[in-house]
Design a protein around this ligand. Structure first.
Ligand code: SF4
Length: 279
């Protein structure tokens, strides 16, 4: 089982991956300004107790994902973070997973007794494209962290992280497409490429979600390559040489649903953990 803990809400966009941030999309529906960072009522959620003096958050609720409606390392939360570290220390029975696009701020946000990192904390660095991978991952690998993961979500292009994986410091890589009405394209090839890098370096790979604009191109080695014309609502993309290629969203192509088991098959890592959610 897994849980979510949002001690604060609101964020500021920092890179291309933030363009269609779901926090902004959700807040917009309620006329809320997402750029204002505020403490939530769940601020002390991990240490809240019931009438019997027991923690409401059980060990079985682990892992707990922290700050999914903000960024844990955002500047606006600096004054509150020390309390959060105390709670995380108190709940040593729970694994906390912290996802951030601001990994370069970790040094100034660490608690005094951080040392080489808390055993029950996993830092997850998000890199949506090659530029952000090459900017954030070298810093990520240098930081004192006990458990490291990488997320490419929304994955915006093919990303080569082999040189970071070969460090042996990355425990898991997750990929996923973008959700929402204006979702940008995520290609099956990119996912398979990352999966292959993980297999090569013996790193756990997870395909989290296709997103709303997933492209399955004719890349199969065991199926004949065929041009697939879009059936409805086609999206036309331009390849590097200017040749027009026709794509379409998997969400709008019922005919492509039968391929989902193939995607699962391709992305499965033999002898490695694989999960596929939200499909
Ligand atoms: S860092 Fe995350 S929560 Fe913040 S704006 Fe970007 S995508 Fe949204």
């Amino acid at each position: 089982m897994q849980s979510v803990w949002n001690p604060w809400h609101g964020c500021k966009k920092v890179s291309a991956g933030c363009m269609n941030c779901y926090v902004y999309r959700m807040d917009k529906a309620f006329g809320k300004d997402s750029s204002i960072v505020e403490k939530t009522n769940a601020f002390d959620y991990p240490i809240k107790k019931n009438q019997y003096g027991e923690y409401k958050l059980k060990s079985s609720d682990s892992p707990v994902y922290v700050c999914l409606s903000s960024d844990f390392l955002i500047e606006q939360a600096d004054e509150w973070r020390s309390e959060i570290w105390d709670m995380i220390k108190e709940r040593g029975d729970i694994d906390f997973k912290i996802i951030t696009k601001r990994i370069e701020r970790l040094t100034e946000c660490m608690p005094e007794d951080w040392g080489e990192g808390y055993e029950n904390v996993t830092l997850i660095c998000t890199c949506e494209n090659q530029e952000m991978a090459d900017k954030r991952l070298p810093v990520f690998l240098e930081m004192p962290i006990k458990h490291r993961e990488i997320i490419h979500e929304p994955m915006l292009e093919s990303i080569n992280i082999s040189r970071y994986l070969e460090s042996g410091k990355i425990e898991k890589v997750s990929c996923g497409g973008e959700s929402g009405e204006n979702a940008r394209v995520c290609e099956y090839d990119w996912i398979v490429n990352t999966r292959n890098q993980c297999v090569l370096h013996n790193v756990t790979f997870v395909f989290r979600q296709t997103g709303a604009n997933f492209i399955f191109r004719e890349i199969s080695n065991f199926h004949k390559r065929k041009k697939r014309e879009s059936i409805s609502n086609p999206l036309v993309n331009r390849s590097m040489n200017g040749e027009s290629r026709r794509y379409s969203s998997i969400m709008n192509r019922k005919i492509m649903i039968w391929k989902i088991p193939l995607i699962v098959y391709f992305c499965s890592c033999r002898n490695r953990r694989f999960t596929m959610r939200y499909i």
